[in-house]
Design a protein around this ligand. Sequence first.
Ligand code: CO
Length: 145
Amino acid sequence: MIGKLNHIAIAVPDLVQAAAQYRDRLGVLVSAPQAFPEHGVTVVFIDTGNTKIELLEPLGETSPITKFLAANPDGGMHHMCFEVDDITAAAAQLAATGARVLGDGKPKTGAHGQPVLFVHPKDFLGTLIELEQRAGVERAGGTCG
Ligand code: CO
């Protein structure tokens, strides 16, 4: 059902310091920080060639990663994101296995402008899973572009 690993998201308390660590210790190219107020995060993107790493720093009072960082003050892996061809079908398939889709169960537009949804970490070995509809694929019922 799932496609490529699109990204691994790491929540960090200090984005500038975290980006410098990836750049200086691992020698990877890091993007400039990008603010996503509607998602409550500022993000640095790192392209490793086969996938991406996204460093997330809380933005605003109601950031969805504030609680995670309170529990993990040094930072840590927040979620991983897999691509799917049909996010509505993927949500239905997951629900049928008893996995809880977060929120109202309907896909929302994610940071890459694609429909995304999240599956409860308690239903996935303690890891929050994001599913993102693959770019170039129409919503359910559409055709591949
Ligand atoms: Co993500």
